[in-house]
Write a protein that binds this ligand. Sequence first.
Ligand SMILES: C[S@@+](CC[C@H](N)C(=O)[O-])C[C@H]1O[C@@H](n2cnc3c(N)ncnc32)[C@H](O)[C@@H]1O
Length: 231
Amino acid sequence: MTRKNNFYQAIYQEKARNNELVYKKPDSLIHFLEHDIYKSPFLDMSSKLKILEIGCGAGSVFNQQSNDKYQITAIDISEAAIFHAKKTSAGHINFKVMDITDFQREPGEYDLLFDSHCLHCLTDQTSRVNFFKNASQLLKPGGMLTLEAMVNHSRMTFDDRFTYQDNILIENNKDIRFIPHSRELEEEVLRNGFEICYLRVFETLKIIPDSQRSEALASDPDVMRVMAKRK
Ligand SMILES: C[S@@+](CC[C@H](N)C(=O)[O-])C[C@H]1O[C@@H](n2cnc3c(N)ncnc32)[C@H](O)[C@@H]1O
């Protein structure tokens, strides 16, 4: 096991040991899927969509989605997360342990890549460039990459145990999140060979960056949603 996947594996293993490894439906991602993605004019919903969920964690956002409309594969870097996801999820989802930053040999022929809050966990530039390279390789030409990620704002603050510098959020000496300005994330998507079809920044919707807290605060990062087409 590489050092990279040790980090998430350790988190999920500890949760499993403490019987805390439950799949919590990420409401904001479900909202993104149902209100923005499925209703967008950029996807042909009349044929069965081949979808890849990236960084699914201990379950899939697509659990309740019908088998007839979508063919779903969900990946995560952590074996412990995928083990739990397989045990507790609907049988029609194909779960796989996979690092999205690893070189992809085969084209994936996916219609839609759904980043399940994974990109903002990639804190070094090489991993982020590889994420976009692999996204291109995994999509059909014209296929859609969808992202929901944290973006910064001027009122953003963190608890004392965190440090935030050069867009990176650090906890216990470990880089845990990459939180750029929305303009920087937009430029990154464009620079990596995608055409943006939809972009929205929510100043009231929050992704909580602190695993010890369940209530969102105004000082938490804002949310940016992007739908981008592979050129
Ligand atoms: C913030 S969690 C989100 C989990 C779940 N999608 C949710 O929204 O609750 C990010 C997930 O991405 C996974 N992850 C991190 N780096 C990854 C990588 N390089 N490849 C695949 N999955 C990765 C982590 O193991 C973790 O489950």
